[in-house]
Design a protein around this ligand. Sequence first.
Ligand code: NAD
Length: 367
Amino acid sequence: MTDVFGLSHKDTGPGNAQVSHEQVVFCADERSGLRAIIAIYNTALGPALGGTRFYPYEDEQAALADVLNLSRAMAYKNALAGLDLGGGKAVIIGDPDRDKSEALLRAYGRFVQSLGGRYYTACDVGTYSEDMDLVARETPFVTGRTVAHGGAGDSSILTAFGVFQGMRAAAEHTYGTPTLRGRRVGVEGVGKVGHRLVGHLIEDGAEVVVCDVGEQAIERVRRRHPQVEVVAGRAEMVAQDIDVFAPCALGGSLDDATVAALRARIVCGGANNQLAHPGVEKQLAERGILYAPDYVVNSGGVIQVSDEIEGFKMERAQAKAAQIFDMTLKIFRMADEEGVPPAVAADRLAERRMSEVGRIRAIWLGR
Ligand SMILES: NC(=O)c1ccc[n+]([C@@H]2O[C@H](COP(=O)([O-])OP(=O)(O)OC[C@H]3O[C@@H](n4cnc5c(N)ncnc54)[C@H](O)[C@@H]3O)[C@@H](O)[C@H]2O)c1
């Protein structure tokens, strides 16, 4: 079956979108050059929250497919992060370096405002806290603003902290102790999230191996942590004798070749959409590799920015992100009990919360 956009319907977890989104809005403002799509997957738990990706998509169809996938993944991520938020996402079609302007961002803010609070936006690839400050001049439904404007600032702080909590849970499940001390961890991509994760790992006593396609990123991590070992790329990293592989670059790191070559017993990283295609979660399980589902362990960022809705407090947000440890452990145990990969257990748990907690809205409150 296909929907009005000609996309096929599948309903099997957040990796496969294109099903029953509540609302999809196309936004255009010719003078500023704005072309955007806002997708709300669901609002079962509250207003939809998800970032704005500013990216030079090949065409509108590619942008639409991406926003439908990403908004659905946000619903699952927000549900398991324990937030009273549904899933949404937006994409702006264009090259952020060339096309971004005050007028364009503010025009976009007007469209966010037109949804009346059904969708809260935030940063994503190609957008920054300063951009959210501009969007916020047209709508209050924005998070991830700069600290100077009362915002939560750089979300990679709690993203990395949360990934570290997920990794501690994976260590507990695998080795019976929640520490990475003495373990060898390979971090692919040492950008905003990856380099902070390296800091947590070194503090915990792990040995760290890194790779990155950007020289500056490598230089930064070397300056801060001279003891890290640098390797050329993912292939060299996964062929090494590492205990944990932490994908923190772009999506799709866990492809067939990587999974086949992987020597680590744990995969836990910050990148979104790590599984290159459906079925990889089974291959990992068959090889006895424990996979900490990406959207569970990288939810620290959305926990950080969503705290802004109440008036941002880092301490409160960090306490919430610390719960990623318990949630990850719960998913591993549920996966064992139900005989399914952790990615499947996570999807089931998220769907349960959306349905059980979302359902209470049906209780009549009187006039
Ligand atoms: N920033 C957040 O709060 C946040 C929250 C949730 C998920 N994520 C996800 O985490 C990942 C990293 O995000 P970020 O904010 O650190 O981005 P970033 O752009 O700061 O860092 C990404 C790093 O990966 C490197 N890289 C790109 N391709 C690579 C490759 N093939 N091999 C090795 N390194 C490569 C880049 O050079 C860069 O240093 C992304 O997948 C993002 O979607 C980020």
